[in-house]
Unconditional design. Structure first.
Length: 582
């Protein structure tokens, strides 16, 4: 009588099926580990899918909700063309030729190069990959710490959701990825010294020095790493004092090796930030920028978060649990991690732009503490109980988050090859060359890649319909729309754009006064000789200009109005515009 594991075959003797190989034995082979998708891969891909479908169907255009990327692209193209980093303004008629710090110049070069090769598709695709990598490293750090998988998933999803307030195709996304990777290195070094008090730590920690050089030239968020290293140094010193390692023979505290090592690392990373095109002047400029109250009063991202959106509610939940975790850490004399949480919670409450930084630094620590609490609460649960079964499933699935296969790379490559339904268009720019050719194998596959900035947020049609008029005029428009004008035609000049640190309070207050119809708006108009206004229909200045006999509306779509002073056939401005630098 044949057993259930036999397979009927032709002939007098049944053939017995060989026992199925276990997953562990399959994954013992290198090719199997590369070809079988892991849970970590699925998490990476899930973030990419979420980015694509987020924003009410806006797709990848959701990453272009901030038009700052427009002037980043054009600055990168300028650097590629001139093989030099700009030190003077390229885009304004309000401060022509004034000193300007393009402190994210390396990110600009990447965006500019990608835009020339693939248009906005290349820019948003790279941004999506970086954001997905950030989310993947976040949960991998939790799993590496031995966090309960269910806890890791919940905290990671909360963290990614809270950080999504800054998921835009701008250089700050590099800070999220670099900081997460840096924290992993620091956490690994920290655990090594905690488990072996005689250990001098890992040499890998010194890789943070060259990373800081790269980071400094890609985004100003490198200051977050300096702050983390400083907090780590202070926390180690406090832990050493609390341990009472007093040597009566030398009248000195013992075991200060790690304190000195991190102090040296902090100093080294701070020193190499001088390796940038502007040297110490960049730091002087950044310090002046950060110390000016005007920016905190005007720019929403510099203000305290408003706990009304879903993103901020997720941050609120994570922060409250994080502060409880910090208290538990302090009680166990884990001062370093407690300082990380408390400091960045304070910074996030003071400025919404620090919410993603808080998530990056604190989320894995918080997840680890919640796992400790969960282990204590469920210590007496039997293996056959619901809690026991959940714990066993989580333990079995942990291995799936500790490896990476080729499938994320395959998915990204597929997205690179797949075109859009109208990619032969000019990518929203008046100066772009022909669109890249398509691969015949993917000609039938389409994705809604952005060909221009979102028309729900920017006056794309009006700008293109009246381009000759707009770019021959001194235009009053919003700072975000000024970014879009730079992207559309970098040879034109704008009044203001998204470079708030460049324009500063003087021009910034004039801009706000005009848009809000301040009592002296006519004097400011005369100062800058505006002869065209491209402004939101509901703005105060649009109402004032419509009442003025000197101005007439050229176009009005209900959201945006284009007004011209005098005759709509405005001649070129001649010497009032410097020679184009592109």
């Amino acid at each position: 009588m044949s057993s259930p594991d036999t397979l009927a075959a032709v002939g007098p003797r049944p053939q017995v099926r060989p026992p199925a190989a276990s997953m562990e034995s399959v994954l013992a082979h290198r090719w199997a580990r590369l070809l079988l998708p892991s849970l970590s891969d699925l998490f990476f891909l899930a973030i990419g899918v979420w980015l694509f479908v987020s924003g009410g169907g806006a797709g990848w255009q959701g990453l272009l909700a901030d038009a700052d990327v427009g002037w980043h692209i054009r600055t990168g193209e300028y650097i590629l063309d001139h093989h030099a980093v700009p030190h003077q303004d390229l885009y304004s008629f309000s401060k022509p030729g004034a000193p300007w710090y393009a402190w994210e110049w390396l990110s600009d070069v990447i965006d500019g190069g990608l835009h020339r090769m693939a248009g906005l598709k290349g820019v948003v695709l790279l941004a999506a990959v970086i954001i997905a990598l950030f989310g993947a490293t976040l949960i991998r750090r939790m799993v590496w710490r031995g966090t309960h998988l269910m806890v890791a998933l919940v905290v990671a999803l909360l963290g990614v959701g809270a950080a999504a307030i800054h998921f835009l195709a701008r250089p700050h996304i590099y800070t999220l990825l670099f900081l997460s990777c840096s924290m992993w290195v620091i956490e690994a070094d920290r655990e090594r010294t905690l488990t072996d008090s005689s250990s001098a730590g890992s040499r890998r920690i010194w890789w943070l020095v060259p990373l800081t050089v790269l980071w400094t030239n890609m985004h100003g968020g490198f200051l977050a790493l300096i702050a983390v290293l400083g907090l780590t140094t202070a926390g180690l010193a406090i832990e050493n004092l609390l341990a009472g390692n007093w040597n009566p023979r030398t009248f000195a505290w013992a075991n200060w090796t790690n304190v000195l090592r991190y102090a040296g690392l902090t100093g080294a990373c701070a020193t190499v930030t001088l390796i940038n095109p502007y040297g110490w002047r960049l730091h002087q400029h950044m310090l002046a920028f950060l110390r000016t109250d005007w920016f905190r009063n005007v720019y929403q991202e510099f203000q305290s978060p408003s706990f009304r959106s879903e993103y901020m509610m997720q941050f609120e939940a994570l922060m409250l649990v994080g502060l409880m975790a910090a208290l538990a850490l302090f009680q166990r004399r884990r001062v370093v991690e407690g300082l990380w949480i408390v400091y960045w919670a304070h910074m996030a409450l003071a400025s919404a732009r620090h919410v993603p930084v808080f998530v990056t630094v604190a989320a894995p620590v918080v997840a680890c503490e919640i796992s400790r609490w969960w282990a204590g609460w469920t210590a007496g649960a039997g293996k056959a109980s619901l809690v026991g079964i959940v714990n066993q499933i989580a333990a079995d699935a942990l291995a799936g988050f500790r490896r990476t296969s080729v499938w994320p790379a395959v998915a990204v490559l597929a997205l690179v090859l797949i075109g859009g339904p109208s990619e032969s268009s000019n990518n929203g720019s008046l100066n772009d060359g022909p669109a890249p050719a398509h691969n015949a194998l993917t000609a039938g596959l389409t994705i809604r890649w952005p060909q221009d900035f979102p028309d729900l947020l920017f006056p794309t049609k009006m700008v293109h319909d009246h381009a000759s008029l707009i770019f021959a005029s001194r235009v009053l428009t919003t700072d975000q729309w000024g970014d879009y004008l730079i992207y559309t035609n970098p040879k034109g000049k704008v009044f203001v754009d998204g470079r708030g640190d460049f324009y500063g309070p003087e021009v910034g207050n004039e801009y706000i006064g005009i848009i809000n119809g301040r009592w002296d708006w006519q004097q400011i108009f005369a100062k800058y000789q505006f002869n065209l206004a491209l402004v939101p229909t509901e703005s105060a200045i649009s109402q004032l200009l419509k009442l003025s006999p000197d101005w007439r509306a050229v176009a009005d779509d209900g959201k945006t109005i284009l007004l011209v002073r005098g005759n709509p056939a405005v001649p070129p401005l001649g010497n009032s515009h410097p020679e184009p630098r592109f």
